[in-house]
Design a protein around this ligand. Structure first.
Ligand SMILES: *Cc1c(COP(=O)(O)O)cnc(C)c1O
Length: 430
């Protein structure tokens, strides 16, 4: 369910024809729907009824300030993976006590920033990190709120680049080692042991691996309780998938029911770290056709969005629906083409072998389900200024991020100082 629908042959974002947004702000342009963000957050929250659950939105999926501020207003917490993301959450009005700090390599300065800000939990991912966190907390004269991120060793059956819960993955701590570390941590006066966490991967389309992982973490928590270590919360991570093409991920209600079942008898709080499922289809990327090019038997639709704007197709071979913003005449014939960007890489494609009614130069195309891991993974490769972002709410549109300019591209760069003048040459006297 999303609020990007055609009306009278024109694609709309809520009540605004997206063509007028492209006209006003140029392309490539990310457009987000407030109604869709709200709906997804509330449906997920509703599916967790009966649980003491906190939704900690995973900021890396879409970290635009206006998006974060909207989730903050709904009462959301946040899952962050860097000091930069914490900075954004604080600027957007997020509540630090509802922030979970995840990630396999947090620097000391990032840990100090998080402790200073008063984040709710730091999800520690190694024995060494636990030692460093304790030292930073001692220096700041605080107690660090800690959960251990356990690696439950289950196969999430997703793309290998976004699977994080296998034994050989760099993420998390094996269960047996975690058990030992809990016994160590509870004796440390600079650590406040609060919970346990896991996150097995992204774009999960079946519940089985998820249920297995939560079950293993639940068992560890029960084990620890038996040894007198009572945890207050259990963090089930994120990872719920969305439909890009024909995937059929579990519904939020099925997901909520699975959590309730896997946690039967658990009396503590539950944290969730959803990213993609909240923002994925709440965003589209608008792009304009620069050129239609035939090369041998192939047809290329060259558009002004590229892998630097949306890297998922190049990076994961991801499939995104692409459709014309203005519906083509009924009965128009579709041809097979590649939709590519201008970047100088053969992996710079948005779609390959796609059936489309061939657009004309200047036509607008909409790339769907681009709200998650779209803008946040964008770059300036090929010295391309990054796209603008617009957040639509009913018939209003907020320019949530200005398009970058050429001066933005070189901000902070320096020209080398002119080389020192050569000394005058003097002939040696003989
Ligand atoms: C990326 C990430 C998430 C969010 O994953 P989604 O698939 O977007 O829901 C949650 N928790 C952690 C630790 C992550 O790294």
């Amino acid at each position: 369910m999303n609020h990007f629908q055609p009306r009278r042959g024109q694609l709309h974002a809520e009540r605004i024809p997206v063509a007028t947004l492209a006209e006003a702000h140029g392309t490539p342009l990310y457009v987000y729907s407030t109604a869709t963000l709200t709906r997804h957050w509330k449906v997920l929250k509703g599916s967790l009824r009966g649980l003491d659950a906190t939704i900690c939105y995973a900021v890396k999926a879409n970290s635009n300030l206006a998006v974060l501020a909207h989730f903050a207003r709904l009462g959301s917490g946040f899952d962050i993976v860097s000091g930069g993301e914490l900075y954004r959450v604080l600027k957007a009005g997020g509540h630090p006590a509802k922030v979970v700090f995840s990630g396999v390599g947090k620097r000391d300065d990032e840990l100090a920033f998080a402790l200073d800000a008063g984040v709710g939990t730091i999800n520690v991912e190694s024995a060494g990190e636990l030692v460093r966190l304790s030292a930073v907390a001692r220096r700041l004269k605080v107690r660090a709120p800690v959960a251990l991120r356990v690696n439950p060793d289950v196969d999430p059956r997703t793309h290998p680049y976004i699977a994080t819960g296998l034994r050989e993955s760099k993420f998390g701590i094996p269960v047996a080692e975690a058990r030992r570390l809990y016994h160590q941590a509870v004796k440390d006066p600079h650590l406040d042991v609060r919970g346990v966490a896991c996150h097995i991967g992204s774009q999960l389309t079946t519940l089985r691996p998820f249920v297995d992982a939560v079950g293993r973490v639940r068992a560890l928590a029960a084990d620890l309780a038996g040894a007198g270590i009572r945890l207050r919360h259990l963090d089930v991570g994120g990872g719920l998938g969305v439909t890009y093409r024909d995937e059929q991920p579990p519904s939020p209600d099925q997901y909520g029911a699975a959590i309730r079942k896997a946690l039967a008898g658990w009396e503590g709080a539950v944290h969730l770290e959803p990213g993609r499922v909240l923002v994925g289809n709440a965003g589209v990327l608008l792009t304009r056709v620069i050129q239609v090019k035939r090369s041998g038997k192939k047809t290329f639709v060259v558009v002004d969005a590229a892998m630097n704007d949306l890297v998922r197709p190049a990076f994961y071979g991801a499939w995104h629906a692409i459709e014309p913003v203005v519906a083509p005449p009924a009965g128009a014939r579709a041809v097979t083409c590649d939709v590519v960007g201008p970047v100088c890489e053969s992996s710079d494609f948005l779609a390959r072998g796609r059936k489309l009614v061939l657009p004309a130069e200047g036509d607008l195309l909409c790339i769907r389900t681009a709200g998650a891991y779209g803008f946040t993974m964008s770059s300036n490769y090929n010295s391309r200024p990054r796209a603008a972002e617009v957040l639509v709410d009913g018939d209003r549109a907020l320019l949530a991020r200005q398009r970058e300019t050429y001066p933005d591209l070189i901000r902070g760069e320096a020209l080398a100082r002119p080389a020192p003048k050569p000394r005058p040459f003097r002939r040696r006297r003989g």
